[in-house]
Design a protein around this ligand. Structure first.
Ligand SMILES: Nc1ncnc2c1ncn2[C@@H]1O[C@H](COP(=O)(O)OP(=O)(O)OP(=O)(O)O)[C@@H](O)[C@H]1O
Ligand SMILES: [Mg+2]
Ligand SMILES: [Mg+2]
Length: 595
């Protein structure tokens, strides 16, 4: 049974009315901007580290150790038989915007809701229902486009793209074909993104345009011959990001999608990534002989391209890479045996090494694009653009620069997961722990070195991260509150507990012990108690009597370096962490050398 979310169809009275309504809504947006930002986005800009020292070189050097690099160097993506061929890839990325309503109705966008419960009349193309552009959607869309370095267009328009399929009840999708809201952007990929730039610096991928459009319904096979349809997704606001055909390796293509995802997450333009279907990629692939005359294909000013095929709806970075490898291999083999590549849409399934033909590629003519007569132009005020640009948070590359810089001192291998994991939530947590720990350390008047950033990263990523992996649970900052972890690390840095005890306590907290750290350590008697002089003597004396030769070498031949061996033995024999090296050495000198 289909339930309709809204009993009233949203209505806007024609293009002129729409124009006025939009101007009015924009005005309100600017006026209420701070409040809006609090409710819809999670801007992390205020929580970012305030010291920013770009250290691109350091980033570059450290990136060399990345595993992906090793894989690339081994040439995993360049089988020798394809050396004479150049691969060209252009990507279209569809991202579900972080928005509360559909693109043209007030129906909520909650995807987890009961199937077909969040649907307005317009979303189902009920006769007489009209689109009502929901202007708050502009905010995540603009943030995304600006972070992708695009030029925001003051005027853009909506078009109808016709096709007939069960997932689109109107028979057309509303998109921005002729005049998108953003053009001419770019993203830069560096070694730390897992690619190997030819100039050793970066690869720049130009973005042709970013456009607003509607999502389609979700269909699910219902064997033997039916399909189930969930219209909750229909008209969910999407942006389509279209890159120029400037990508020449499968790994770069995957890195490009990964980078776009992390930029969209950093700007809160999206709430979910590829793993939850919030991002989908279509890849367009062609090959051409390196030394032959250029092919005839042309795209947006780039000439001499080979015939492209398109693989739609890829939903993981690995799928992007593997599908391109499979399709490149097919095209090269086909051309080498005298065949021709036909422009078509092809499918690819996870784990497969081959793409398969789905249908002939629809062209502009087949889609019968036309301006949507029910929607007026979209005017984007420069005031809104500058308000957004002032509040754009640090992007992943800037964050990495800060984290590997001198104030935090992280390795690129630690900085990257912090920036990328859990949509930035792990980084916020890390920053909270650092802040609290810094305050605690100041209040104890203990001077600690700049290793604090590294120590906290180790606990957040490796100790806590290891527990999450072992328990097979997702990230939840409430499992071990930031203050609890900061207090625990504080006790460790002040040498009041040992490392193994700190790990034991972290496990207890992780498993649900809610006692404050101080109480927990006291109750369980886990604080380090310094050893008495008698206890040091009891450790040293048996060692001295068991090793008379070494003692003689120290005493008679002045081989003081050998004292270190005795210190090591005492530390090993004593209760873990309680034997202090300096005090052990003092006792040994006293016993062997007589003071
Ligand atoms: N010869 C080519 N080789 C590889 N990629 C190409 C080639 N020509 C165009 N492309 C890429 O194909 C994509 C075309 O996307 P665009 O949205 O403009 O058209 P479309 O694929 O026909 O539309 P849609 O799939 O949305 O119906 C771009 O990313 C572009 O870079
Ligand atoms: Mg497209
Ligand atoms: Mg396409």
């Amino acid at each position: 049974m289909l339930r309709i979310w809204s009993p009233r169809a949203p209505f806007l009275p024609g293009p002129r009315g729409c124009f006025l309504a939009l101007r009015e809504q924009q005005h309100n947006l600017i006026r209420h901007w701070p409040a809006f930002r609090r409710t819809v986005t999670t801007d992390r800009s205020t929580q970012q580290p305030n010291l920013r020292v770009p250290l691109r070189k350091q980033l570059k050097d450290e990136a060399k150790s990345l595993k992906t690099q090793n894989r690339l160097k081994k040439g995993a993506n360049r089988p020798p038989q394809h050396d004479g061929w150049e691969l060209t890839v252009g990507i279209e990325i569809h991202a579900q915007l972080n928005a509360e309503t559909k693109l043209f109705s007030k129906a909520p966008t909650k995807l987890a809701a009961e199937p077909n419960s969040n649907v307005a009349l317009f979303d189902l193309a009920f006769p007489g229902s009209q689109p009502a552009f929901q202007s708050p959607i502009l905010l995540p869309a603009l943030r995304a486009a600006m972070a992708l370095n695009c030029e925001i267009q003051p005027v853009s328009r909506f078009d109808r793209k016709h096709y007939f399929y069960q997932d689109q009840p109107a028979g057309y999708q509303i998109t921005q074909y002729y005049e998108p809201f953003a053009r001419n952007g770019f993203i830069d990929l560096f070694e730390h993104d897992g690619i190997a730039p030819e100039d050793g610096k970066k690869v720049r991928i130009n973005i042709k345009q970013v456009q607003l459009e509607q999502d389609t319904a979700k269909s699910q096979e219902y064997p033997p011959s039916a399909q189930l349809l969930d219209f909750n997704r229909v008209s969910h606001p999407l942006i389509e990001i279209i890159t120029m055909p400037q990508i020449h390796s499968p790994a770069t293509a995957a890195a490009c999608v990964r980078k776009v995802q992390s930029i969209l997450q950093a700007t809160s333009a999206v709430t979910t990534g590829m793993e939850l279907g919030g991002l989908r990629a279509d890849v367009n692939i062609s090959v051409r002989k390196r030394d032959a005359a250029p092919g005839l294909g042309e795209y947006s000013g780039i000439r001499g391209l080979g015939q492209r095929t398109e693989i739609k709806n890829l939903s993981s970075f690995k799928a992007v890479e593997d599908a391109i490898i499979a399709e490149r291999n097919r095209q090269v083999t086909l051309l080498e045996s005298g065949g021709v590549v036909i422009g078509e849409t092809r499918g690819w399934t996870i784990g497969s090494t081959e793409t398969r033909r789905l249908r002939a590629k629809e062209g502009e003519v087949d889609y019968r694009y036309m301006p949507d007569p029910d929607l007026g132009p979209l005017f984007i005020d420069s005031q809104l653009v500058s308000a957004l640009s002032d509040t754009l948070p640090d992007l992943p590359d800037q964050l990495l620069d800060t984290l590997v810089g001198p104030s935090y001192g992280l390795s690129i291998a630690d900085a990257k997961p912090l920036v990328e994991l859990d949509g930035g939530a792990r980084l916020e947590y890390y920053q909270d722990v650092v802040d609290i720990l810094q305050t605690l350390q100041q209040s104890h008047e203990v001077v600690i070195k700049n290793s604090l950033g590294r120590t906290v990263a180790n606990w957040v990523l490796h100790e806590l991260g290891g527990m999450l992996t072992k328990a097979d649970v997702g990230w939840d900052s409430d499992l071990v509150p930031a203050r609890t972890l900061a207090e625990l690390i504080d006790q460790l840095l002040r040498k009041r507990i040992t490392g193994p005890i700190a790990k034991q306590v972290l496990t207890m907290v992780f498993e649900g012990d809610k006692r404050p750290i101080q109480n927990l350590l006291e109750d369980e008697d886990l604080f380090l108690r310094p050893l008495s002089r008698d206890e040091y003597l009891a450790l040293a004396e048996p060692l001295i009597s068991a090793n008379p030769e070494m003692v003689a070498q120290i005493r008679d031949k002045n081989q003081l370096g050998k004292l270190g061996w005795f210190v090591g033995q005492m530390m090993r024999a004593g209760e873990k962490g309680r034997v202090e090296a300096q005090r052990a050495e003092d006792i040994l000198r006293e016993l062997i050398l007589g003071g």
